[in-house]
Design a protein around this ligand. Structure first.
Ligand SMILES: [Zn+2]
Ligand SMILES: [Zn+2]
Length: 94
């Protein structure tokens, strides 16, 4: 299966979003925009850069921006876009 991906076009940002296996929107692009990315003539901007919390320096497992996840008080949170993530079921390596 071929999965699409979008990368952040801001300087020095390694933000990216991989097409999920399942999403509510008709197109991956619509899903990307709904997740907080923007797209204009200069390219894609990830949520971390949009919020000013980026750029994403280190790749991790954030499903939204591709940034690193840290766990604080049992709550997973992205270090780059500060998205709170549902607690995972154990160690999910990929
Ligand atoms: Zn970015
Ligand atoms: Zn993130």
């Amino acid at each position: 299966m071929i999965r699409d991906a979008v990368t952040c076009d801001r300087p020095n940002c390694r933000g990216m979003m991989l097409e999920p296996l399942d999403y509510e929107h008709d197109t991956f692009e619509a899903h990307v925009i709904a997740s907080g990315w923007t797209y204009d003539a200069t390219g894609h901007t990830c949520p971390a850069c949009m919020l000013g919390t980026g750029p994403v320096h280190e790749r991790g497992e954030c499903p939204v921006c591709g940034g690193r996840i840290c766990t604080l008080h049992g709550q997973d949170e992205c270090l780059s876009c500060e998205r709170k993530l549902p607690a995972g079921d154990g160690e999910d390596e990929w």
